[in-house]
Design a protein around this ligand. Sequence first.
Ligand code: LEU
Length: 475
Amino acid sequence: MIATTPPGQARWSSRAAFVLAATGSAVGLGNLWRFPTEAGMNGGGAFVFFYILFVALIAAPLLLSETLIGRHGQRSTIGSAAYLARQSGASPAWSALAVVGLIANTLILTFYGVVAGWVIYFVGSTGMDLFGTIAAGQPLAGAYADSTVEGISLLMPNLFANPGLLVAMQAVFVVLTVWIVARGVKGGIEAAAVWLMPAFFILLIAITIYAAITGDFGAALTFLFTPDFERALQPGVLSSALGQAFFSLSLGGGAMIAYGAYASRDTNMGSTSGVIAFADTSVAIIAGLAIFPIVFSVGLQPDAGPTLMFQTLPAAFHSMPGGAIVGFLFFVLAFFAALTSSVSLLEISVAWVTEKFRMTRVNAAVMMGVIVFAVGLLSALSFNILADQRPIPFVPGFENAGWFDAIDGITSRLLLPLSGLITAIFIGWVADRKLVNAETGLSGPVLVAWRFLIAWVCPLAVAAILVIGLFPSLL
Ligand code: LEU
């Protein structure tokens, strides 16, 4: 059965453009901010071990499933899932996987924009600091040379105490995201990825070399790669590792279906998905190897939580030679990474709204941007005005979570894996086997292995971890 391409469907200009855009979606604050945060809070090695295992056995096979749903359907995420279901003689209700995904990813974008707003603030603040050190004739000074470590650690709480500034930074980021998506798949998303991703890789490698030379690399290696399996059995570690695998690879019924839809028929989805999964996981590990040596070398703790990147790291750059330059470059790096991911999150709903309601891309992007910004206020303000609100006290593990943690936790630990579970069952058991196999571009034992992973390992493992996540007392 040959898929019909809807008229006017956008296309990446090449396979390389698809790989860059999809890697741009995968590589983001999930790697630079969330991975070190989660690894730091969940005991390092044990978390990293399960994260990598879950990427290989669950996330990578699902990545292929999502990109192939998109490429086969060449429609919005929901449209593509429904199309494959219909072509397989199954109920279009299977597109539920993409409905859950659209809701989850749009919710993720609401708080993603808030964190990216912090990044913009730190680009500005480290940029002004760098300017000051150069003007003073000390280009190799540490970051914020005029301040004390205590003073630097207060930058973040001071930002949190300023709702107007927080919201303004969030607004700047959402506007940039809307602008790129409104420009279209080729002229906006692809153009941004083609410029920003190579710049990102160069900066990341430079900073990692700097960290290896000036920081405590040995301590970082031990922390990240010595698993303490007792720790892995503590509540939350397994579901955090799975959630991180989904989050980092932009999985869960969203971005990868959306981007797969713009891939040409001759792109080999199997090998391309492998490249994307490998690149994203490598970046997470390299980012860990860039961040933790710096944290350890100045005797700071790795388990600072979400403020690790914004409080601990700038304080660490303070006492390092050249810290002013590296600090600034680090936040520029994070900004590039955030932007190429946020556009993929917005694209999911924009493609659906344009398809469903025949709205223009520009109008759809602006409308969704306004919604995302408005809902994002809950997360932005959960650090000050709304700090006392506990939106989901009835969900185990989230009794004390404010809006920000609640939306992050529910989406990545619950909704993304739920969408992944439906996807695995759909692709492994329901969708037309011949059609799916042809879309993968795989053959021989690799195809057999992928089918086994998607039909058995993914659904069983994801279901088990979802249940454990909801009822931690079962462990
Ligand atoms: N994969 C992205 C990241 O690692 C997040 C995703 C939800 C777009 O930042």
